[in-house]
Design a protein. Sequence first.
Length: 134
Amino acid sequence: REKASAFECAWRPANPPEVSAPLDLAKLELVPFHEEGEEWVPFDEMLRRANNPVVYPGCQGWGMHQGEDILARANELPEAMRKFAILLPDTILADEDGNRCIACLIWNDGEWQFGCCWLGNAFDRSFQFVRLSK
């Protein structure tokens, strides 16, 4: 399987996100979505898991707007998060040719940046969901 490629992107949201209050980044936590023994999760299965509030409570509703809020204050994120890509599965991005990808935040070139992970790819353990701890 091909690994999901993440890169800085200037794509447009297929569905513009709704505005919400600023996030409490001190409560931000990463959530692994791989089951025991899984090294890769296909895109469609990752989305299914992202939308399951029973198994992954609090991981729903994370999209481009929340990513922009996090990115604006990325200096508040713990250094340990840098080894992961933070998936934003509520935003699917599209270019003018209709190619689609999922938004994510990645640590690249010494800073947090928006990235795009192509639809149809598989995701390794470096990709994580995010939620606010209670």
